[in-house]
Ligand binder design. Structure first.
Ligand code: PGA
Length: 251
């Protein structure tokens, strides 16, 4: 399985800075044995794409989508619109959206189904809070969130679905989850995927996110069951993200 390294800019970089980031990142020496994506604000797609030119790395993706194809959803962006923007993938259910913007399990499952229908790869984020971990509920939460997120699908319809295990307490905190603890949650996610999708569920990637940086990335990607990383803070500088990618390469 090729490792997947995704930058999540969150709400950083409008068109001007996004274009500059992509141009700088194109100068980085990037390993060929990884898949590399960058999740950017919708508003920055046109600038990022024109700065990318004919380069095929990194893939560009979105951070959110609406489940409906069109209609009275003020301020929202549909899967078809994401396709027009050139979005290869889309993050769904990030804990910042769940906790700060009121996104529910039901909304997330509808978004996942809408993306799969449009053949856009969903990156489905799941993960427990610190309180839930302390109560010993981490596996239960991860299993429930993932089961719910996939509940609108009968099959993967040929789409390479990706799961991102991101414990809420590790995001932006500088306190990453130990790779071995992450591995246990990845195994829970894998079990859900296999029960849901059979053989297809064996090859879908389960990646880790939460305070990953250049010093820690290698340990994650070399841990069994961790198929890549989602990188927030350490992706904001294109050179730093280039270093993360090189450190993640198995070569
Ligand atoms: P972080 O963010 O790397 O800044 O912890 C990860 C994420 O939220 O995807």
């Amino acid at each position: 399985m090729r490792k997947y390294i995704i930058a999540n800019w969150k709400m950083h970089y409008g068109p001007i800075k996004a274009g500059a980031w992509i141009r700088a990142f194109r100068r980085e020496r990037l390993p060929k044995d990884l898949d590399i994506g960058v999740a950017i604000p919708h508003i920055s797609f046109a600038a990022a794409r024109s700065s990318l030119g004919r380069a095929s790395v990194p893939w560009l993706g979105a951070q959110n989508v609406c489940w409906a194809e069109e209609g009275a959803y003020t301020g929202e962006t549909s899967p078809g619109m994401l396709q027009e923007l050139g979005s290869t993938f889309c993050i769904v259910g990030h804990s910042e959206r769940r906790l700060l913007l009121g996104e529910t399990d039901e909304m997330i499952s509808k978004k996942v189904a809408a993306l799969v229908h449009q053949k856009i790869q969903p990156i489905i984020c799941i993960g427990e809070t610190e309180v839930q971990r302390k109560k010993g509920e981490a596996s239960k939460i991860v299993r429930a969130q993932l089961t719910s997120a996939l509940s609108g699908l009968k099959s993967a319809q040929g789409v390479d679905i990706v799961i991102a295990y991101e414990p809420v307490w590790a995001i932006g905190s500088g306190k990453p989850c130990e790779p071995n603890d992450a591995r246990q949650m990845h195994e829970v996610a894998r079990d859900v995927l296999k029960k849901k999708f059979g053989k297809d569920g064996e090859t879908m990637r389960v990646i880790y996110g939460g305070s990953v940086d250049v010093r820690t990335v290698h340990e994650y990607v070399s841990t069994t069951a961790i198929d890549g990383v989602l990188v927030g803070g350490a992706s904001l500088d294109p050179r730093a993200f280039g270093l993360v990618c090189r450190a993640a390469s198995p070569a």
